[in-house]
Design a binder for this molecule. Structure first.
Ligand SMILES: Cc1ncc(COP(=O)(O)O)c(C=O)c1O
Length: 384
């Protein structure tokens, strides 16, 4: 494990020292329940509210616009269900995109089964969606637009401000899944103008199983989980205090060091891209310019299953992925490439290398040296 090169940071990241240190006391010393009135409880309550303030500040929100959840999936599910419930008298039509994470796509499918209509916008070959395209699909009964800030398979960053303005001009609520974007690129809810935003701690060096939903003040999300009435009565369940404290420490660290991290990660990513595309028949997928600092994804002619490359890289101690983690060994990764217009054969074949600030230039050099041989080896095996 020690010598492993980990370049699957879009799947999950290592918990940072700062996040871990911040969390530890909340497991054994300050383990109170924030709903308890005694001192231990109140200590936990203070930690909860301090964390809420830190998370809010990191994305330009007010404290009481942040609801802690169990992660990106729950935030996405909640956001979509909440708006459909709130706006059910106004209409039954939702617009999203064909490249969303399944946390959004499967929720759309479920809502469809309940009688809502869903339009999934198809991106161009770079994974981009335009404001004009959105405008053309808006109907008088559209109640929600949900479009991700950055794609988790190809790394394309979408023009959220323009898309959000377009939705607002038609009086429609706008949600964005910013799970891959928060703490990776500047994300400010006021600059973007979004009404709801999902995020997840384990994508930015926080712990797993904790995230948040931003929902603007005027939009109180109806409860998705009912019970003890935590989180302003909107999300019941005893709060995951160690996780929430870890999330706050991670986002604080990430946003304070964002410019420096972006500079370092982008330099490594660009070196990687520059060299990988020199391999004959290798192509970069996603937007060549508007892309996440840490994400590079490639297809290789003649290799239809990127999982072969991932397995060989693994044999060499390199942990990468063939698309999204939840679908690494299945066909799932293909829905994004298929929507971008790639042939079925190719859409199984994306190799995703996702970097964090912990990756060194030496690690990138190792990948650059090993990948051409691995690709050649797989191609020759395919020919046999
Ligand atoms: C874009 C996007 N949305 C949602 C999720 C789900 O987040 P979580 O793992 O916190 O449930 C992920 C995780 O891969 C993601 O990449």
């Amino acid at each position: 494990m020690e010598n492993t090169i980990y370049v699957d940071n879009s799947a999950t990241t290592a918990v940072s020292e700062k996040a871990l240190e911040a969390m530890l006391p909340y497991f054994r010393e300050n383990y109170g329940n924030p709903s308890s009135v005694h001192s231990r409880g109140q200590e936990a309550q203070r930690a909860l509210e301090n964390s809420r303030r830190t998370v809010a500040r990191a994305i330009g929100a007010y404290n009481n616009e942040i609801y802690f959840t169990s992660g990106g999936t729950e935030s996405d599910n909640w956001a979509l269900n909440a708006v459909c419930e709130l706006k059910r008298d106004k209409g039954r039509h939702i617009i999203s995109t064909a490249i969303e994470h399944n946390a959004v796509l499967k929720t759309c499918e479920k809502l469809q089964k309940r009688g809502l209509e869903v339009t999934l916008l198809k991106p161009d070959k770079y994974g981009q969606i335009t404001a004009e395209q959105l405008k053309q699909n808006i109907r008088s009964d559209t109640i929600l637009v949900s479009i991700m800030t950055a794609n988790n398979v190809v790394g394309t960053i979408l023009p959220i401000k323009e898309l959000c303005d377009t939705a607002h001009k038609a009086g429609i609520v706008f949600h964005t899944d910013a799970v891959q974007a928060v703490s990776h690129i500047p994300v400010n809810v006021r600059t973007l103008g979004v009404d709801l935003l999902s995020m997840s701690a384990h994508k930015f060096h926080g712990p797993k199983g904790v995230g948040a939903l931003f929902s603007k003040l005027s939009l109180l999300p109806p409860p998705y989980l009912t019970g003890g009435g935590q989180e302003k009565g909107c999300r019941s369940g005893t709060e995951n205090i160690p996780g929430i404290v870890g999330m706050a420490a991670a986002i604080k660290d990430g946003t304070e060091n964002l410019p420096e991290n972006i500079r370092k990660i982008t330099a490594n990513r660009d070196k990687l891209i520059e060299n990988v595309i020199k391999i004959p028949g290798a192509y970069l997928t996603g937007d060549p310019v508007n892309r996440l600092p840490g994400l590079a994804s490639f297809i290789f002619e003649g290799i239809e299953q990127a999982v072969f490359i991932v397995n060989k890289l693994n044999e060499h101690g390199i942990c990468a992925s063939s698309g999204s983690a939840c679908s690494a060994s299945s066909k799932e990764a293909s829905h994004v490439l298929a929507a971008m217009g790639y042939d079925e054969g190719i859409s199984f074949g994306t190799l995703r290398i996702s970097l964090s600030e912990y990756n060194t230039e030496e690690e990138i050099d190792t990948i650059i040296n090993k990948l051409p041989l691995i690709i050649a080896e797989i191609r020759s095996e395919n020919r046999m």
